[in-house]
Design a protein around this ligand. Sequence first.
Ligand code: HXC
Length: 290
Amino acid sequence: MFRDDLLKGQKILVTGGGTGLGKSMSEAFMRLGAHVIIWGRRGSVLDETAAEMREATGGTCDAVAVDIRNAGAIDEAMDAAFEGGALTGLVNNAAGNFISRTEDLSANAFNAIASIVAHGTFNTTVATGKRWIEGGHKGSILSIVTTWVWVGGPFTVPSAMSKAGVAAMTQSLAVEWGPKGIRANAIAPGPFPTKGAWDRLMPEPAMKKLGGANSLGDTGIPLRRLGEHRELTNLASFLMSDGCDYLTGAVIPLDGGQWLTSGGNFHALTNLDDGDWSAIRETIAASSAA
Ligand code: HXC
């Protein structure tokens, strides 16, 4: 879809780059010529991923164990990330989440999510932005949120609250840091299967009761399927590229139209077939004639 050298000369930090969507984006950026730095909590997972991606792409990647909940650790790791040249892009991808009734959550459970998604994203973004501002560098921030930022997230309230905060950060910084040449955008993916998310959001007991892996998945999606990682990595690559220099402050849904189905009275009609529509037409015509 893109020129092989689309991201050549770029240096992009991806938080949570060891697994899931973070890994997919990192690999895509490497294929397009970027040097990628992946951060995560588990050093061995990061090392394994980095080796695998180098082998698969022939690109370059540094893996650094950093817990983004710890602002002090970030500052030190960020100095290292800027050594030899400023970052050109930051992808706030690291997240934590699990389904639970909200009334069952403790303050600590809320913190377990918010400390990664809200605080960790803030910590990483400020550590990057202040270095860009000090050095007079331009840069691109991409944050991965969810469509819950618009419609709420029942049974995932700490995530919905934190991701909505990240969307607000995106719009705020687009204005505040725009004059300095720093762009801030977000992607709000719908269901893109990853082990981390699926284990915690669609655990087996819930799936059994609700009727299979797709019961929370594709039937309510206008495009009738789950997302493929390459579809997300394409949009992420575009947002990180120089050709996208005028786009900032956008929170872009990438969900096959799913979030819009909660609006309007007739969204369930997408499930009707030709026979249903013939019958409906006849019934309406009969009522008009009567
Ligand atoms: C109720 C729970 C709970 C559960 C934990 N807690 N699980 N409460 N229901 N299922 C409570 C604990 O009792 C404890 O509170 C507190 O939360 C912290 O628990 P820990 O086990 O110590 O948590 P921690 O080790 O910090 O791990 C939590 C986590 C972990 C960080 C969220 O699951 C993780 O590492 N996840 C990373 C990967 C991930 O989640 N990926 C999915 C992202 S998907 P008490 O009071 O007992 O101390 C996403 C959006 C997807 O973000 C959108 C799809 C459409």
